[in-house]
Design a protein around this ligand. Structure first.
Ligand code: E4P
Ligand code: PEP
Length: 453
């Protein structure tokens, strides 16, 4: 792919249509004195990902849409600039790889792996403002927009943060590429890490699955499998494409096809709060060739889903569109069937993914936002039940997780309780599954997948 920043608007004027449309959740920074320079700089930087990689992901997601692969997406709710350290990135990559091995075995299918990483720096919020005592300031919207500190200065929407976001994404991606090609992903080591998890008495119910995987690896070894060839793996990146100023500036025209590609990450999704059919986010993402996700919350109708397909996937191209449902445990069994049936009637091959996190957020009296692990599990279960009943393929799972031992979500077999929040609650926005809770979900999903076979 050649980089062709300057003449883009000439080649693809439609890429700027969104500027005339209604836009929600967008930062107020266009009048900032540095705005124009920041955008020019972003238009000239190298792409973070390449069109060929994006095409490869699209074809792998097409396999998911056809039920021949499973899709795992996971990572921070809101990445931070300070958190882009080798230790934290490796812990997240390691956890994703551990989950992927278990899922691969459970599904007996390839797993398409993707980090909510290297770009997940902006957040939609329920309210524009946050009040503490008698002070009201703009809400924190992710470090690519403003700072978390509760001061007027830090909460200013500063476009220079987009440059820091770009550079932090570049260094994160660099490390991800090194980890996934430099031996870290060796199947045998990843499996050994998982043995550590299942040897904890709290997780003994998963021991037999771990033993089966062990036997499968020994069998492969005995048959002469080339484990060196299996050392490298692909880990794609994805984030919510909320900041259209940033996404537009990083869009490049692919010299092979003359098509526009978002180059900030392989996969871009539209959030539940910005999926208005005639609005800016849907319009902009309809113009780029990347695989696109859309979050579907509990108010989504079958008609909404079909209209989104018409806009974002008019050619009904498997792998182009992923619906990430986040209904809440109490609603998924009631709300999802009509949407799936509507899409089936349309004949579209979307990828169905469950996000069991965003419909299950609660606040506890101490003020922390949290999620009950049992609710997360129940939404995953409901997702499998609905797809099983309708004959559609439950194609993937999308979780907010970390590789660290945080205490943000309540419960799990090795339970986290509220008393741990004071010391180990670290997220700047929504609560994430910790390392053990993430693996537990993976083992559980592997059990469902293996029961389907
Ligand atoms: O991660 C998702 C959203 O940004 C988040 O759930 C919104 O949270 P809020 O209701 O605290 O604004
Ligand atoms: C904001 C998010 O989700 P949703 O749009 O589903 O609320 C998110 O995934 O960070």
């Amino acid at each position: 792919m050649s980089i062709n920043p300057a003449p883009e608007t000439h080649h693809a004027p439609a890429l700027d249509e969104w500027r005339n449309l209604h836009i929600d959740q967008h930062p107020q920074w266009a009048d900032h004195p540095d705005f124009t320079n920041v955008i020019s700089e972003l238009e000239a930087v190298p792409p973070l990902v390449f069109a060929g990689e994006v095409d490869r992901l699209r074809s792998q997601l097409a396999e998911v849409a056809e039920g021949r692969a499973f899709f795992l997406q996971g990572g921070d709710c809101a990445e931070t600039f300070e958190g882009a350290t080798a230790d934290k990135i490796s812990a997240r990559v390691r956890t994703l790889l551990q989950m992927a091995v278990v899922l691969t075995y459970g599904a007996s299918l390839p797993v398409v792996k993707m980090g909510r990483m290297a770009g997940q720096f902006s957040k939609p919020r329920s309210s524009n403002d946050e009040t503490r005592g008698d002070i009201t300031l703009p809400s924190f919207r992710g470090e690519m927009v403003n700072g978390f500190d509760f001061t007027a200065e830090s909460r200013v929407h500063d476009p220079n943060r987009m440059l820091q976001g770009y550079h932090t994404s570049a260094s994160t991606l660099n490390l991800i590429r090194a980890f996934t090609t430099g031996g870290f992903a060796d199947l045998r080591s990843v499996h050994n890490w998982n043995k550590g998890f299942t040897s904890n008495p709290a997780h003994s119910r998963y021991e037999s699955l771990a033993r089966e995987i062990d036997r499968a690896i020994k069998f492969m070894d005995a048959c002469g499998a080339d484990f060196n060839a299996l050392k490298a793996t692909e880990l794609y990146t994805g984030h919510e494409a909320l900041l259209l100023d940033y996404e537009r500036a990083l869009t490049r025209i692919d010299s092979r096809t003359e098509q526009p590609y978002g180059t900030s990450s392989h996969f871009l999704w539209i959030g539940e709060r910005t999926r208005g059919l005639e609005d800016a986010h849907v319009n902009f993402l309809s113009k780029v060739r990347n695989p696109i996700g859309v979050k579907l919350g509990p108010t989504t109708t079958a008609e909404d889903a079909i209209n989104l397909i018409d806009k974002l996937d008019p050619n009904r191209e498997p792998g182009r569109l992923t619906f990430i449902t986040r209904m809440g445990a109490g609603k998924i069994r009631e709300n999802l069937p009509a949407i799936v049936e509507g899409v089936q009637r349309e004949g579209a091959k979307v990828v169905w993914v469950t996000d069991p996190m965003h419909g299950n957020t609660i606040s506890v009296p101490s003020g922390f936002k949290t999620r009950r692990f049992d609710d997360v599990v129940d939404e995953v279960k409901g997702f499998f039940e609905v797809h099983e009943a309708l004959g559609s393929f439950p194609g993937g799972i999308h979780v907010e997780m970390t590789g660290d031992d945080v205490a943000e979500c309540l419960g799990g077999s090795d339970p986290v309780d509220e008393s741990a929040f004071a010391d180990r609650y670290e997220t700047l926005c929504d609560p994430r599954l910790n390392h053990r809770q993430s693996l537990e979900i993976a083992f559980m999903v592997a059990e469902y997948l293996s029961a389907r076979k």
